[in-house]
Design a protein around this ligand. Structure first.
Ligand code: MN
Length: 452
């Protein structure tokens, strides 16, 4: 049962808490325009602990020694509304399918809150995301304190649950890795499709649609973040998402995209020539970025710090910049004075999970965090030469980024996005394949009939 995964997470979370109550709210719905809402996606923390996907819910986790209770407040079933919106999970479903010990209508939440907080030493709650909620919660806490003479006390210690939860989210379980692998597999297939589908003269939007079409038809409900499809000089804008230019014959295309699957997302970048053939000087830039990416990936293993991984990639990028004439001086000076920064201005990568830039600390006090088995990090060096100063003239308008998703294992690492070509010759081979994506469109969920 799927609920076992969430029950195990709640157990681990509660094991890390002191006695008290933890409150979580579902993500709000957001109006798009008129009576249309933005597509709903549950809050990552809320989903992590409950698996519950509907809006308008509260989760309450109580711990008193060995006794733990899990209460959900949800939208009750409403047959009249269900004609419009379909079936809701409801109170019974919250208990049967989501493992809540008790379930109530969301309308009862603030009436039941004083009872749940009475004589609780600690309250774990995140303030600052919903001022209406904050105000009501504060007034409940203060009203409990006002009853001190009756022997009642309210929570004096208020703690942000993310301090505990985000450490848990940072280290992925075997089940988390299986889900992430699925998101990576879907994304890899979509990137391979994009490489086969691209043609000079196509719109960036059209190529972005190919990738997203492949995500959706392979079972991903949504993208993990806005798809970046940047041709030519657009690739020098790091988070280019307008995707509204036409892809030129000579252009390199930088795609950065990821399919979400069961609330975790992949995050892949590939840069490939629209024509199917790498040419100079783009190829030289590409090779340096690839070399940097391999150097950084090779560093990934338990005990190595995030910073050391960053520096391994950075050093290769700087050597490349120097050999291409973009920066001058000794390698040491280039790194010390950060003269590489106009061309490489981001970090080597980030944690990956439910959020594309996933939660979890990068520092342990003032020290860079050490990698541990179960962490997943993206490795995504890039070099970007905007047109004009300070880029060398020949390189102006070239942007290259190569990104893979890397799991830290006991012995070293495993690249979850392995198998998607990144060697120039392998990309060219894939693009030259006579398998033409545009002629090969069949539903993936319908089994092909065998010819007799
Ligand atoms: Mn990334």
């Amino acid at each position: 049962m799927a609920d076992r995964l969430y029950a195990a997470r709640r157990r681990r979370f509660m094991d890390s808490l002191s006695d008290g109550v933890a409150l979580f709210q579902s993500a709000p719905t957001v109006q798009r325009n008129g009576d249309v809402e933005h597509p709903y996606r549950q809050d990552s923390d809320f989903h992590y602990l409950t698996g519950f996907e509907e809006p308008g819910a509260y989760a309450v986790l109580q711990k008193a020694g060995r006794k733990r209770t899990f209460t959900l407040f949800v939208q009750p079933c409403d047959p009249e509304m269900e004609v419009w919106t379909g079936k809701k999970v409801g109170l019974e479903g919250a208990m049967e399918r989501y493992g809540a010990n008790e379930a109530f209508s969301r309308a009862e939440f603030f009436d039941r809150l004083p009872g749940m907080l009475t004589n609780q030493e600690r309250l774990y709650v995140e303030f600052g995301r919903d001022t209406g909620f904050d105000a009501r919660l504060t007034s409940v806490i203060e009203s409990l304190k006002a009853e001190a003479r009756k022997g009642v006390f309210g929570p004096w210690r208020i703690i942000d649950p993310r301090t505990v939860l985000w450490e848990l989210r940072l280290e992925k379980s075997a089940a988390d890795i299986r889900t992430l692998q699925k998101a990576c597999d879907i994304s890899k297939a979509a990137f391979a499709a994009a490489m086969r589908a691209v043609r000079p003269g196509m719109g960036e939007w059209e190529l972005a649609a190919v990738v997203e079409f492949e995500f959706r038809r392979r079972g991903s409900p949504r993208v993990g973040f806005e798809t970046i499809c940047a041709s030519g000089a657009n690739a020098t804008t790091l988070h280019y998402i307008t995707n509204d230019s036409t892809i030129g014959e000579e252009d390199l295309v930088l795609m950065d995209a990821g399919a979400e699957y069961n609330y975790v997302t992949a995050d892949i970048s590939r840069t490939f020539p629209a024509s199917g053939r790498f040419t100079e000087p783009g190829l030289t830039v590409y090779k340096w970025v690839l070399k940097a990416q391999k150097a950084a990936i090779a560093k990934v293993r338990p005990g190595v710090t995030y910073r050391e991984v960053h520096e391994a990639g950075l050093e290769v990028l700087c050597r490349g910049l120097k050999s291409m004439g973009a920066v001058k001086g000794s390698l040491k000076k280039i790194i010390e004075k950060a003269t590489y920064q106009p061309f490489f201005m981001h970090r080597i990568g980030h944690w990956l999970g439910a959020d594309v830039h996933d939660v979890g600390p990068y520092f342990d006090g003032s020290k860079s965090v050490k990698l541990r088995p179960g962490m997943v990090i993206t490795i995504e060096p890039g070099l970007y030469f905007p047109k004009g100063d300070p880029s060398p003239k020949a390189l102006g308008g070239i942007g290259v980024r190569i990104e893979d998703d890397v799991l830290v294992t006991e012995k070293g690492n495993r690249v979850l996005t392995d198998g998607l070509p990144k060697e120039p010759a392998d990309i060219e081979d894939l693009m030259a394949g006579k398998d033409d994506w545009w002629d090969d469109l069949r539903p993936v969920s319908v089994k092909r009939k065998r010819r007799t």
